[in-house]
Design a protein. Structure first.
Length: 158
């Protein structure tokens, strides 16, 4: 059974897209990671990593807390940059779109906090890889569909 949740698009650190001005990642971390994921054979069921925009959509579901319980894809010790230590990543299919609009196939993306050296997200934020979606604007509501056997949104936290 798929769960539909509503959150708010939040501006991130700008590192994933390259808009944050970090000289280590002028084109963004996602642009560097996507080819590495492809070489590693990362396949998210029903999704095409090559179709995603090179940035993330940060969906804030707070005060709820997001819990990854059974990601269908996890890769470990991924060496994607000389400026960062190897990281672990998990992926799960989802759907996302502006509130009340049709949803688009997307991928929930989780750099594991225990291996991510910086730019951590709060516990109520899901990072999403998706094609460019008109109308997804920081501060505006967003709808998502998630598989609760993979990702749980706990309304009152843990």
């Amino acid at each position: 059974m798929i769960e539909r949740v509503r959150g708010v698009v939040r501006a991130g650190h700008g590192v994933a897209s390259g808009r944050g001005g970090d000289p280590r990642y002028p084109d963004g971390t996602i642009a560097l990671q996507l080819p590495v994921f492809a070489r590693l054979g990362v396949v998210v069921p029903g999704r095409d990593l090559s179709a995603v925009h090179p940035g993330t959509v940060n969906v804030d579901l707070a005060p709820a807390v997001v819990e990854w319980v059974a990601a269908p894809v996890t890769v470990r010790k991924v060496e994607w940059s000389a400026h960062a230590p190897p990281e672990d990543f998990s992926f799960a299919p989802c759907r996302v779109g502006p509130a009340g609009e049709p949803l688009v196939d997307a991928i929930c993306y989780r750099p594991h906090p225990e291996t991510k050296p910086e730019h951590e997200q709060p516990p109520g934020v899901l990072e999403v890889l998706a094609p460019w979606i008109e109308g997804l604007v920081a501060g505006e509501p967003v709808d998502m569909e998630l598989d609760p056997t993979q990702i749980i949104v706990r309304p009152d936290g843990p």
